[in-house]
Write a protein that binds this ligand. Structure first.
Ligand code: NAP
Length: 177
C-alpha cells in the first residue's frame, strides 16, 4: 500500500479549519523543475487500482469536488454514512484484514490518501510499503499535523525525488526491510 500526502514545509496537511486552498495557491517557479502535462497526470492516476481514505477526508473530498473518479474507494468509518457514489465502499474494523485479505488479492496499486488519523493507523500497523510525500513550498504555521505521535521508530529508504516547476517536491520512500 502506498501512502500519498501533500504537506507544507512545516509538516501540516490542512489548516485548522480543514482548508487545503494553499495547495493551489500560485507560487514561485522553479526553473529546473519538471512540468507534468494533464495527459501525464491522467495516465498516472489511471494506474491506481484503489483508494483508501478516512471519513473526514471523504467528507471534505465530497465538498471540494470528488477527485477519485470511478476508481474503487474504501472509506474508513464507524458511522453510518450515506453512500453518494457507486465506487465507494465503507469499512469499519481491523485494518490488517482490510489490506491483506480484502484489498491485496483484488488490487495491485492501492493508495492511502489520508488524512492524518487514517495514515497514522496504517503506519503503526506496518501496512504501508511506500510513502510518497509531496512537500509544498509554504509554511502554514498551524494546522493538522501530517503524522501524530508514534511509539515506534521506523526506517525508510529513499527511492526517488522529483522536483516540479511549481516548487513542489515529491519524495518517495520504501519501507526498509
Ligand atoms: N494534504 C493532503 O495531502 C491531505 C490528504 C488527506 C486529507 N487531508 C485533509 O485532512 C483532513 C482530514 O484528516 P483527519 O486526520 O482529520 O481525518 P481522516 O484520517 O480523514 O479520517 C479519520 C476518520 O477515519 C475513520 N477511521 C480511521 N480508522 C478507522 C478504522 N480502523 N475503522 C473505522 N473507521 C476508521 C474514523 O471515522 P468516523 O469518525 O467516521 O468513525 C476517523 O474519525 C481534511 O481536512 C482533509 O482535507 C489533506
Amino acid at each position: 500500500m502506498t501512502l500519498h500526502v501533500v504537506a507544507s514545509l512545516d509538516g501540516f496537511i490542512a489548516r485548522k479549519d480543514n482548508s487545503v486552498s494553499w495547495l493551489d495557491a500560485p507560487g514561485s517557479v522553479y526553473e529546473a523543475g519538471v512540468s507534468v502535462s494533464e495527459e501525464e497526470i491522467a495516465a498516472f492516476v489511471k494506474a491506481i487500482d484503489c483508494y483508501v481514505l478516512g471519513s473526514r477526508t471523504y467528507e471534505h473530498a465530497l465538498e471540494l469536488g470528488w477527485p477519485y473518479g470511478d476508481t474503487p474507494t474504501v472509506v474508513l468509518t464507524n458511522r453510518e454514512l450515506s453512500s453518494t457514489k457507486k465506487s465507494v465502499e465503507f469499512y469499519s474494523g481491523d485494518l490488517t484484514t482490510l489490506v491483506r485479505e480484502k484489498l491485496a488479492p483484488r488490487y495491485r496499486d492501492i493508495w492511502l490518501v489520508g488524512g492524518a488519523i487514517a495514515s497514522q493507523r496504517f503506519l503503526s500497523l506496518g501496512l504501508v510499503d511506500e510513502i510518497k510525500l509531496t512537500v509544498a513550498p509554504v509554511l502554514l504555521g498551524d494546522g493538522l499535523r501530517l503524522f501524530g505521535d508514534s511509539e515506534a521508530e521506523t526506517r525508510w529508504t529513499l527511492k526517488s525525488v522529483a522536483a516540479y516547476r511549481n516548487g513542489f517536491v515529491e519524495l518517495s520512500y520504501a519501507a526498509t526491510k
